[in-house]
Design a binder for this molecule. Structure first.
Ligand SMILES: O=P(O)(O)O[C@H]1O[C@H](CO)[C@@H](O)[C@H]1O
Ligand SMILES: [Mn+2]
Ligand SMILES: [Mn+2]
Length: 404
C-alpha cells in the first residue's frame, strides 16, 4: 500500500481554459507569459529541468498552444496532462475541492465592484457583533496596495481594513501588534458567522506589521475561514477508510479542517517544501500528504510580479530532487494547480486556466495523459489508488500510468 503526495502550485495556470471567455481571461497563460516576460527582461531562458522532466513543458505546450523560451528543454520522463475546471468560480476553494472530487457547481456570492462594496445591513450586524463601529476600505482592492494606503489610518484609529476581490471573499487586514492577532482572528470568526445569507466562500485574516506605509508587510499568520465543502471529499473518504491525511500549508483551512488527520503550517515555499519532506520521512502507509504552495499566488501572481514568479519557480525546481529522494518505491507524487494568476495580466485577480496534471513515481514511464475535463480526475485517481468508493466526479488516470 502506497502513499500519495499532492503538490499544489497555487495559481500556476498553463493556458486559458475552454470557458475563459466567460471570465474575460482569453488568452491568459501564467506559465508561458511569465517565461516570455522573464526572457524579454533578463535575456535568460527560465530553467526548470526537474519540472520539465516531469512533463510540465509538454503539458503547457499542449494546453496553451503557445511557444515560450525554456532552457535545456527535454522530453518528459513522467506522466503529464492538463485539466480544465468545471466549478463555476476560479477561486482557491473551488479549485482544491474539485481536485478532491467535489466541484463547486453552484454560484458563490460576490460583493459588487462599487465602492462601498459591503451591504449596509451586513456592516451594521458586524458593528453590533464586534463592538467596532466602522470599517476602512469597503472596496475591491489588492491586499498590499490597501495596507500601504490605509495602514497608518488603521493603526491610528484601530478600525480594521475590510476589502474584497473578484473571489468570493471578505478580507480583513489589521496590524498584528497594534490591533492584535487574536483580536483579528476573533473579528474574522464573527464576520464568518454573519455571512451565511451572502454565500461567501471565505473570510481571510490578513495580519501585517511595520510602522509606516513604506514598510508595512504582511506576515505568515494569514488565516482562511472557509465554508464546508458541499459534500465529502476524497480526504473525508480516505480518513474514514483508516487512511491518514496530512495538510501542509493552508490545505486544512481550505477544507474547513474536514478530512484532515494532521496539519503543519509553514511560511514560504522553502519551508513548505521542508515540511513536506519531513512528513515524507515518517508518514505511514495509506497517507496523503497534501501541500499548498501559496506563495506563487500570493507573492507573485496577485502582485503581477513575473520576474519574482520565474525566480521562485526556478528555486522550487531545484528542491524537487530532495522530494523525489524522500519518496518510497510505491509513492506517487502529483503536481497540479488550483487556477491561474497570470502575472502579465491586467488587474490583480486570478485567471481561468488549465492546470498541469503531472504524476511522478521512481519508475514511471513517459505517458501523455492528454486533456482532462475536470480537476476531479486527480481525486478519482487517488480514490482508486487507495481502494476507496468511486467519487461522483472525475475519471481516474491510474490505469494509464505505466512503469519501467
Ligand atoms: O490581494 P490579496 O490580499 O493578496 O488577495 C488575494 O488573495 C485572495 C485569496 O487568495 C484573493 O481573493 C485575492 O484577493
Ligand atoms: Mn489559489
Ligand atoms: Mn489567490
Amino acid at each position: 500500500m502506497a502513499r500519495a503526495i499532492i503538490l499544489v502550485m497555487d495559481s500556476f495556470g498553463i493556458g486559458h481554459a475552454p470557458d475563459a471567455d466567460k471570465f474575460g481571461d482569453v488568452p491568459a497563460n501564467t506559465f508561458a507569459h511569465l517565461a516570455q516576460y522573464y526572457y524579454q527582461e533578463t535575456k535568460q531562458q527560465i530553467a526548470l529541468p526537474h519540472l520539465a522532466s516531469m512533463g510540465l513543458v509538454d503539458a503547457c505546450l499542449a494546453a496553451g498552444k503557445e511557444q515560450f523560451p525554456i532552457a535545456n528543454y527535454q522530453l518528459a520522463k513522467g506522466a503529464y496532462g492538463y485539466a480544465a475546471e468545471i466549478s463555476s468560480g476560479k477561486d482557491t476553494p473551488s479549485g482544491h475541492w474539485e481536485m478532491a472530487g467535489v466541484p463547486v457547481l453552484f454560484d458563490w456570492g460576490y460583493f459588487p465592484t462599487t465602492t462601498p462594496c459591503f451591504p449596509e445591513k451586513l456592516l451594521s450586524e458586524i458593528y453590533q457583533a464586534t463592538g467596532i463601529n466602522a470599517v476602512l476600505g469597503n472596496c475591491h482592492a489588492s491586499g498590499t496596495e490597501i495596507i500601504a494606503r490605509l495602514g497608518e489610518e488603521h493603526v491610528k484609529t484601530g478600525i480594521p481594513i475590510c476589502y474584497t476581490s473578484a473571489d468570493s471573499v471578505f478580507q480583513v487586514a489589521a496590524h498584528e501588534e497594534y490591533f492584535g492577532l487574536d483580536k483579528l482572528y476573533q473579528y474574522c470568526e464573527t464576520v464568518r458567522s454573519l455571512l451565511d445569507d451572502y454565500n461567501i466562500g471565505r473570510v481571510i485574516a490578513r495580519p501585517f506589521v511595520g510602522e509606516t506605509k513604506e514598510d508595512f508587510v504582511r506576515t505568515g499568520n494569514r488565516r482562511d475561514y472557509s465554508v464546508l465543502p458541499p459534500s465529502p471529499t476524497v480526504l473525508d473518504k480516505l480518513t474514514l477508510a483508516g487512511g491518514h491525511v496530512i495538510s501542509v500549508g493552508k490545505i486544512a483551512d481550505i477544507f474547513a479542517h474536514q478530512g484532515i488527520s494532521e496539519k503543519t503550517k509553514a511560511t514560504g515555499i522553502d519551508a513548505l517544501v521542508d515540511a513536506t519532506i519531513e512528513h515524507l520521512k515518517t508518514a505511514p502507509e495509506k497517507s496523503l500528504i497534501f501541500t499548498n504552495l501559496v506563495n506563487f499566488d500570493q507573492d507573485y501572481g496577485h502582485r503581477r510580479d513575473a520576474i519574482g514568479y520565474a525566480e521562485a519557480l526556478e528555486a522550487f525546481d531545484q528542491r524537487l530532487p530532495e522530494i523525489f529522494a524522500a519518496m518510497q518505491d510505491d509513492d506517487l507524487l502529483f503536481l497540479t494547480a488550483d487556477h491561474g494568476c497570470d502575472p502579465t495580466w491586467h488587474g490583480s485577480d486570478h485567471t481561468r486556466e488549465y492546470v498541469p496534471m503531472l504524476a511522478y513515481h521512481h519508475n514511471i514511464a513517459s505517458v501523455d495523459l492528454g486533456e482532462r475535463s475536470t480537476f476531479a480526475d486527480l481525486g478519482q485517481t487517488i480514490a482508486e489508488m487507495f481502494d476507496l468508493h468511486q467519487l461522483d466526479y472525475g475519471s481516474s488516470f491510474l490505469q494509464k500510468l505505466t512503469f519501467k
